[in-house]
Design a protein around this ligand. Sequence first.
Ligand SMILES: NC(=O)c1ccc[n+]([C@@H]2O[C@H](COP(=O)([O-])OP(=O)(O)OC[C@H]3O[C@@H](n4cnc5c(N)ncnc54)[C@H](OP(=O)(O)O)[C@@H]3O)[C@@H](O)[C@H]2O)c1
Length: 331
Amino acid sequence: MKYRRLGDTGLMVSELCLGCMTFGREADEEDSKKLVARFLEAGGNFLDTADVYTRGVSEEITGRAIKSVRDDVVLATKVRFPMGDGPNDVGLSRKHITRGCEDSLRRLGTDYIDLYQVHCWDAATPLEETLGALTDLVRAGKVRYIGVSNFTAWQIMKSVSLSDALGLERFVCLQPQYSLIERNVEYEILPACLEEGLGVIPWSPLGGGFLSGKYRRGEAPPRGSRISEAEESMEEYWDRRATERNWAVLDVVGEIGEATGKSYAQIALNWLLRQPAVTAPIVGARTLEQLEDNLGAAGWELDEDQVDRISEAGAPEDTYPHRFIRNAQRV
Ligand SMILES: NC(=O)c1ccc[n+]([C@@H]2O[C@H](COP(=O)([O-])OP(=O)(O)OC[C@H]3O[C@@H](n4cnc5c(N)ncnc54)[C@H](OP(=O)(O)O)[C@@H]3O)[C@@H](O)[C@H]2O)c1
């Protein structure tokens, strides 16, 4: 496993991050610990969880799983979504962030969080308040770096500009949904991250499992898989995944798989690793077999032709003003 700097920081993270969202849900504690042990054995040092994953249980399991190597790992968690029914149990207010951090530290069984991320934009709280609260946590030694997830490009730009203007801590990375079948971040969000030096750690790098190759055109999704159970409000809802455009991407991934001997998941993840803005895809796995497959995405490289062929298969539509601005550079 190789290591990369997270954005413009000096922090080294493994090029694959282990997502802990399945812990306590699809994977029980024993299996989750096996997933963490195998990931660490393969050289991974970067783990991502959130307070809301299985309502705190994922953080508890993750904390116990890394206890003996706590200082060797980069532990990331998040705050924003409801952890109770009260009006202050949600959002990015100073009150909720401060309490959220204390609760996460307790569940994780540690006295610091390496990367504390806001899980999504909160339109109800002034950004100055959120950045001020996060800065205080860093200065109190409870958090090492701060990051953001599910922000638009203007929200990222406004955040880093405010941090710079007010002398507050700056977000060092973004966690967006990004995969071969969800590429809208390429329009505005990834360029903003590159411009401002934020690392990018994609979630659902396999589209919730769609890119693993186990789904087939014209067939119902295998029962028990996450996609087969996803409701319409979820990103991995079957009708959102099983589009002709996405099947065409899978066709190309399959052809390259035959040429390289690599699995669908390995090719989809390796393609992400080749994108200039990307630091480390966050791999999810329900079982050790899936994790083993996904770990095989590192340690080799698609060649440039292969990257181009895959990129073209699901390329986002060429839209204004991006097309106009690109053409203007040639004048
Ligand atoms: N910030 C956010 O808003 C946000 C949102 C979602 C996730 N995340 C983070 O991102 C991480 C990864 O997201 P994700 O779980 O959606 O990633 P993903 O890799 O797109 O999907 C993972 C799921 O796909 C299936 N799968 C994975 N590898 C496979 C393989 N090799 N072969 C066959 N099936 C395979 C498994 O589900 P089945 O076995 O059920 O098919 C697994 O649970 C999460 O753990 C979490 O840390 C963040």
